[in-house]
Design a protein around this ligand. Structure first.
Ligand SMILES: [Zn+2]
Length: 353
């Protein structure tokens, strides 16, 4: 196995020497002693540990924590799969403090991230939710904001369960959304949006991005298109055009979707990054998307999109991302997408060598 293969592969990670630093990482820090510099130094150290052993570290920027998740399982799988850090945005019912508590227990593993806007806590009460999150960011304890559902279709699992309450719309003209974009732009704190891809939805988003061009926004789930007949404009050329227009817009690769997945609402294969070749996981990254990722690697982020319902699939998702996407990247793109872009977004600084 050459070095590049080794970097992409998840095998052979975490030799015994690294376990020593893992054990040290588990010593809790007193909350009163919290220091952003110390947090960043701890994350850097764990990333460097992986690199030093020829493993490619991943920083996962999209994941939803819930108190029912087996955190020991997550930590074990992070070690086994080369995942340096997870920005674990808590389900809003658990509150942002749950993410900070994870950080305190495993300081090298978790990035304090404010509560996820993927529940009614946000979309029924957006003003209150956004003002609460802004107050939490101002404590200095959080580095990233979670995912905000601005337009969300029920996931395949939710669709099959009849969860049409998960068909969510929050107006891009609402006070809360403007407040979120404005705060992010002024304070350079990043957040994720979940926004379905449809021709009619694109102009309002472009208008919002034009109004707040300095806001570091991550549009989650690149290439996920639920209804093909509502979507003629979107594709790698459209994403490239947005990258050119909006210097602070990024996209994440967070998706449970495998090449053959069919969205039950439409009957369409909903991950257009892939050419489907056989049941159900068979496929490959389409050349036009591969070209885009390698041309603008600074705009894409690694992400798992795990949550309480699917966290056991964490290793499978990460391995799929390595197999289907990372294996197609140039060395430069690989390191940027796996951890360097996340590093810049979270710490505000370039990774450096
Ligand atoms: Zn989402």
């Amino acid at each position: 196995m050459n070095r590049r293969r080794f970097l992409i592969s998840s095998a052979a990670l975490l030799p015994a020497t690294l376990r020593g630093s893992v054990a040290r990482a588990q010593e809790p820090q007193a909350a009163s002693a919290f220091s952003r510099e110390r947090a960043i130094a701890g994350w850097r150290s764990r990333i460097e540990d992986f690199l030093g052993r020829g493993a490619l570290p991943i920083v996962d920027t999209q994941a939803t924590y819930h108190h029912s998740i087996d955190v020991e399982f997550i930590v074990r799988e992070m070690d086994a799969n080369g995942i340096a850090q997870v920005a674990f945005a808590p389900f809003a019912g658990d509150g942002s403090a749950a993410s900070f508590a994870l950080y305190e227990k495993y300081p090298q593993y978790f990035i304090p991230t404010t509560a996820d806007g993927s529940s009614e806590h946000f979309y029924w009460y957006p003003d209150r939710f956004v003002s609460d999150v802004i107050a939490e960011i101002k404590t200095g304890r959080y580095f990233l904001m979670g995912e905000y559902e601005l337009r969300h279709y029920p996931s395949p699992r939710q669709w099959r369960a009849g969860r049409m309450d998960r068909d969510v719309t929050v107006s891009l003209d609402s006070k809360a959304v403007h407040e979120l974009f404005r705060f992010s732009e002024e304070n350079k704190v990043a957040f994720l949006i979940h926004y379905e891809v449809e021709d009619v939805l694109l102009p309002p988003l472009e208008a919002l991005l034009s109004r707040y061009p300095g806001a570091p926004v991550v549009w989650a789930h690149v290439g996920q298109v639920r209804y093909h007949n509502r979507t003629k404009r979107y594709g790698p050329d459209y994403v490239r055009a947005l990258i050119t227009r909006f210097p602070n817009l990024r996209f994440d690769l967070g998706s449970m979707v495998y090449p053959g997945q069919v969205y039950p609402g439409s009957g369409d294969r909903d991950m257009i990054l892939y050419q489907f070749t056989g049941p159900p996981q068979g496929g490959y990254l389409k050349p036009e998307w591969k070209a885009l990722f390698n041309e603008h690697p600074e705009r894409f982020l690694a992400a798992s999109d795990i949550d309480a319902g699917r966290f056991r699939q964490f290793p499978d998702i990460i391995q799929r991302m390595r197999r289907l996407i990372f294996s197609e990247l140039t060395d430069r793109a690989l390191h940027q997408i796996a951890y360097r872009n996340a590093w810049r977004l979270i710490t505000g600084e370039a990774w450096g060598d």
